[in-house]
Design a protein around this ligand. Structure first.
Ligand SMILES: [Zn+2]
Length: 581
């Protein structure tokens, strides 16, 4: 099913892009744009620009750009149809569906998912029944992952063979390549990507199989313990969480999600009766993940060593807490045990680790206090300093003060002294807003002209011709706009990637110039360029015309004569430059 184009255009016209963006991130008016912190990358200064008139947004930090539909698609992880449906719901518009079938994209996606489903079944069947999978079955049984568990999570076995799957599954090798299941080897033959590995199928949150995580058996000589599917048209690591398809309902019911590090941890939680666990797929937790989870729950429990997650992790977590209004806490496990182990040996410990999860700052502080000595006054002072350094990373003054009180009683330093330190907080620069960095283009008249075409078509378009653009990319951007009579949407669709980038930038550019003056400047610049190329002209008639052109250039400076001069110069230019562009 496709949605009628009229409805899509009507939505685009009626919906305020600024309002939609504002419902996710605060924006501030800066010049003609609305500016705020980019929801698609972590930043402290706002480089996300939204322009209501052109209905476009662009981030000068990460390059994210588009219209209201791409915005909703990216922020809500929806496909185009899903985004249109959501926006229509908000705007109270009833959509008309045409029976013209699905878009090409959707059909292709469906096809790739069917390939993944076939492969998942093939590997699963092999694990359950293949004589060569006995060692894998034994290993899984020892870890409590055989039988029902293997069936529930569709675990698979990739045989130790070159092309066992590719040659047997009955799927074109091109499709297998596209989903990362096969490649063409040096001898020109299809070869399976996964070999001698236990496979964990990874599903989208909607329940479609989209990738595999593979791990070797103990004793294997393969140096890569874990191997995952590459990014494919249906699989983006930073937007995927293993187990979300099974956990969704429980996550919503509990308003809490548990984030683990590995597939077996997720399964371990399920075995212990806690079904709201997910895992990242071989990456750290990203902002995209948090945004995705926020759709389901407000509380995030980290079931991994969050302190070891790397420098800057704390800052990121606080920022996400603040931006997405989620509460991040940390579950503490007995040293050296992961959730996967505990599910077998001590499921009760798994349950209490989650129920006893501490707020992220409390968890980190406890670590510092546990490690710090309070034996001597010097030790106490040092421990207090270390603790206050951790506390002061937190953005909320009241939170800092309360924890400072705890530190004071632990080390025996007057509370008032530590609260005074907490009041200073960290010296991190606070979020500030910067305006569109358009200055880089200030002196580029060709870019300004393109921005004006998008924003004030009627006033500048009559003056513009292809020959005015010396920069090849700008010329292509101009042409795509000219061919669509200034229709930005159509121009973006027809432009090549470089020209599209220029159009995206121009759609949010702040240009404070008179269009006609800008047009005349462009004409003058182009005429001068052309004259420079004509120094060797010998035909007396042509030399006379060039001299006239120089006179006209001077008249451009005279207000009463400028209009006529520009018109003649444009004619002069098109006749001559037309020969060689
Ligand atoms: Zn960005």
């Amino acid at each position: 099913m496709a949605i009628a184009q009229d409805d899509i255009e009507r939505l685009r016209e009626t919906i305020s892009l600024v309002d939609i963006v504002q419902s996710y991130v605060p924006l501030r008016r800066v010049g003609r744009n609305w500016v705020g912190l980019c929801p698609f990358h972590a930043e402290k200064t706002g480089s996300f620009n939204v322009r209501e008139e052109t209905k476009r947004y662009r981030c000068f930090g990460c390059g994210a750009a588009g219209d209201v539909f791409t915005f909703v698609q990216d922020i809500e992880h929806l496909d185009f149809v899903g985004a249109v449906e959501q926006l229509a719901g908000k705007a109270g518009i009833t959509l008309t569906y045409t029976s013209g079938g699905q878009s090409k994209d959707r059909q292709h996606r469906k096809q790739l998912i069917e390939v993944m489903a076939k492969a998942t079944e093939w590997y699963h069947e092999r694990l359950l029944n293949g004589p060569d999978a006995k060692e894998a079955r034994d290993y899984l049984r020892k870890r409590g992952l055989a039988g029902e568990v293997a069936r529930q999570f569709k675990l698979g076995w990739a045989p130790d063979d070159w092309d066992a799957m590719s040659s047997d599954i009955g799927v074109k090798v091109d499709l297998l390549k596209e989903v990362g299941l096969a490649f063409i080897n040096k001898r020109g033959k299809p070869q399976d990507s996964f070999r001698a590995r236990i496979l964990f199928p990874i599903y989208s949150d909607g329940g479609d199989p989209i990738a595999f995580g593979g791990r070797i058996l103990p004793g294997s000589k393969d140096p890569a313990k874990y191997k995952n599917s590459p990014e494919t048209p249906i699989y983006a690591k930073s937007k995927t969480l293993y187990g979300l398809n099974w956990a969704k309902g429980d996550i919503v019911a509990a308003d809490e999600v548990i984030v683990c590090e590995g597939y077996t941890d997720v399964i371990g939680f399920h075995r212990a009766g806690i079904r709201r666990a997910v895992a990242t797929c071989g990456t750290a937790l990203t902002e995209e993940h948090v945004r995705l989870l926020k759709r389901f729950a407000n509380k995030v429990v980290l079931a991994f060593d969050a302190d070891a997650a790397g420098q800057g992790a704390a800052e990121r977590f606080y920022e996400w807490e603040n931006r997405y209004k989620v509460q991040v806490s940390v579950a503490q496990f007995p040293a050296g045990r992961d959730p996967g182990d505990l599910a077998s040996s001590n499921p009760q410990a798994l349950v209490s680790a989650v129920t006893g999860a501490k707020p992220f700052l409390g968890f980190r502080l406890q670590r510092v206090l546990d490690a710090g000595s309070v034996a001597t006054p010097e030790d106490r002072s040092r421990t207090a300093q270390q603790a206050m350094a951790v506390i002061n990373e937190h953005p909320d003054l009241n939170v800092r003060k309360i924890y400072a009180g705890q530190v004071a009683s632990h080390v025996g330093i007057p509370a008032a002294d530590l609260v005074a330190i907490a009041q200073r907080g960290s010296r991190r620069p606070s979020a500030q807003i910067v305006s569109t960095p358009i200055s880089a283009h200030k002196d580029n008249g060709e870019f300004v002209a393109i921005a004006l075409m998008i924003q004030l078509w009627d006033q500048i378009a009559p003056w513009l011709v292809e020959e005015l653009f010396s920069d090849d990319v700008y010329r292509r951007a101009f042409l795509s706009l000219a061919e669509t009579k200034g229709n930005l949407i159509e121009a973006l669709a027809s432009a090549d990637p470089e020209a599209r980038e220029v159009l995206e930038r121009a759609a949010v550019a702040d240009v404070e110039v008179r269009p006609i003056v800008e047009a005349w400047n462009l004409v003058a610049a182009a005429v001068r360029r052309e004259l420079l190329q004509r120094v060797r002209i010998s035909d007396p008639e042509e030399i006379r015309k060039d001299r006239d052109a120089r006179v006209l250039l001077e008249q451009l400076e005279v207000p009463t004569a400028a209009d006529a001069a520009a018109t003649q110069l444009l004619e002069w230019l098109v006749v001559r430059a037309g020969d060689h562009t």
